[in-house]
Design a protein around this ligand. Sequence first.
Ligand SMILES: [Zn+2]
Length: 245
Amino acid sequence: MSEYQIHVIDVKNNLQNYIWLLEHTTTHDVVVIDPTESQLVFDYCQQHQLNICQVWLTHWHKDHIGGVPDLLAKYPHLPVYGPRDELSKIPFISHPVHDEQTFSFHELEIEVIAVPGHTLGHIIYYTDFLESAFVGDCLFAMGCGRVFEGTYQQMFHSLNRIAALPEHTKLYCAHEYSLSNAKFALSIEPHNVALQERAEHIEYLRYLDKITLPTTIAEELETNPFLRAESHEEFARIRKLKDTA
Ligand SMILES: [Zn+2]
């Protein structure tokens, strides 16, 4: 991690988005991931003297791409990476990427993993060197994204692809949904001790107005009912319960 640092901007909007930034600390070059809006990004980067070098987008939803037009107005040559399969919905992607494709940010090799379900083209960005993945709206702490475009089977498979990463991998989710997810998860697994302890800890962090992320694969395997489902049928049952909770 020495040459890299991950920052977060809390958008403090209704959807509780986080904008993650990945800095190469010797140059202060920075990647902006899923910029909900631009002004917070400009302000943050000016304050911390960061040079915006790349944008990575996980999927086409407005709260993940809303800031890109303004970023491009200021930096017309800024490389914007995003899902090839959502090019028609995100016309300003300059670097369309697809499953298993790799690209670089300084010495880091970034691997793209397709995780359809929340949207059909949803991708995540994984770096094994930093043991980190930026997972957008596919997986949340103790939760997962709604299945808007894909099938439950696709989403279940996508979550399992994330779960197959090394268990120390840190997951940088795009929303602060941990508290409500913990409550729902407890309704599914009331006797899960790890979940009970985590829910208490999350409640305390939120009481202090602190971020509850990143999470890790290991933590999710112990406490996330969507990852713990044993079949896509069971996953679908839990997901539908959550949608109507
Ligand atoms: Zn979304």
